[in-house]
Design a protein around this ligand. Structure first.
Ligand code: FE
Length: 371
């Protein structure tokens, strides 16, 4: 299938139609349907059949279509390279790539969290890319040491607290969350989520497993409710008074502050963002990123797309529309994000460390009963 457009909607629809008609024709041996099948094949041929695309790149993305589509359109407008986008959940896309193996149509995998990029690399899905553009744009700690994956945007895992029930200065570090003063007052999502795994992995990297385990056990002891819901749900729980403190990725707060839904904006207005550990190692940050697939057939175009995603234009768009932080220096953040205070002190830990300590973090969560 090399050289075929894999996600042209019209083609897929027609293909689906042909398959449905063929299946029922074969099952029932119906003469009428056999004729329909022939008809469908004739129709599909010229208008939507497999087209030979001049230049293309096939992208598997765990990020929502709305988050990247405008960027991909810009890329096509500038380079003439068509982007065929397949979106899905991170774990499902990785599984799919493993199953497809060398037959995969994918050239590039875009996903969030260094922990996931690490797992994809360990599964042998990526290949190394030597690119001056990427190396110059992306700080060393935000990309793989062997150039198999590259950070494209950055996010902070911040603390949010109730505007009314928590006073400024009552807490300033992740470590403070284990203090008995927060008993029954903390909301945080489940340990099955990679964001929490990476946060705990950063503690394993800095302080070792026993200290990380004491922290996790201390947080569990202070939970207001068993972990449930996503990061937005934690912000809403603080707004509703179910808890007073939560831990969330920064862009969720940015999106809620700018949401069309007044209820989301109202919930966001009830919380204050706090960037932990400003006086010591800095706030835990993580990335979204991408790597070129080992069996990529459009390798050069995949590298071009990667390089486009760290261009000033793409970095600015990412920051402005998704309330993330650019990986490249000198690019402004959104007004919302700037209002929280920027720059802030970031934990400069190598992103690879988050993946390296992922298994240890998951085991700790299990041991301390963090659901
Ligand atoms: Fe997210």
């Amino acid at each position: 299938m090399e050289g075929f457009l894999i996600s042209s909607r019209g083609f897929l629809l027609q293909l689906q139609m042909i398959i449905i008609i063929m299946r029922s024709a074969i099952l029932r041996g119906c003469v009428m349907k056999r004729w329909l099948m022939v008809f469908a094949l004739i129709v599909a041929g010229p208008s939507g059949g497999p087209l030979m695309a001049a230049e293309q790149v096939n992208l598997y993305s765990a990020r929502k279509e709305s988050l990247i589509k405008p960027l991909l359109e810009r890329f096509t407008a500038e380079t003439g390279i068509e982007v065929n986008l397949v979106t899905g959940k991170a774990a499902a896309l990785q599984k799919r790539l493993e199953v497809e193996g060398r037959n995969t149509p994918a050239d590039l995998l875009l996903t969030s969290d260094a922990g996931r990029l690490y797992l994809a690399k360990r599964a042998g899905l990526f290949q190394a890319v030597e690119s001056k553009v990427l190396v110059q744009a992306i700080p060393a700690h935000l990309r793989d040491g062997e150039n198999q994956w590259f950070g494209l945007s950055k996010r902070a895992r911040i603390i949010v607290h109730s505007k009314r029930r928590v006073k400024p200065g009552e807490l300033s570090r992740y470590e403070d969350l284990t203090d008995s003063r927060w008993k029954g007052r903390i909301c945080i999502r489940s340990s099955g989520n990679i964001y929490n795994q990476s946060l705990l992995a950063s503690m394993v990297a800095h302080f070792g497993e026993p200290a990380a385990e004491r922290w996790a056990a201390g947080v569990v002891a202070n939970l207001a409710r068993p972990p449930r819901g996503n990061d937005r749900a934690q912000i809403k729980a603080v707004a509703l008074g179910e808890c007073d403190v939560a831990v969330v990725n920064s862009y969720y707060l940015g999106k809620m502050q700018n949401a069309r839904d007044p209820a989301e904006r109202a919930a966001a207005a009830q919380v204050v963002p706090l960037f932990p550990n400003q006086a010591d190692r800095g706030t835990h940050v993580n990335i979204s990123g991408a790597g070129v697939i080992r069996h990529a057939r459009n390798r050069e175009n995949a590298v071009k797309l990667l390089e486009f995603l760290v261009s000033d234009e793409a970095q600015r768009w990412y920051a402005a529309s998704n309330h993330e932080y650019p990986v490249k220096s000198g690019i402004p953040v959104s007004e919302t994000v700037a209002a929280w205070g920027y720059p802030f002190k970031e934990d400069g830990l190598d992103m690879g460390e988050l993946g390296r300590h992922n298994v240890a973090a998951v085991k700790i969560f299990d041991r301390v009963g963090w659901r």
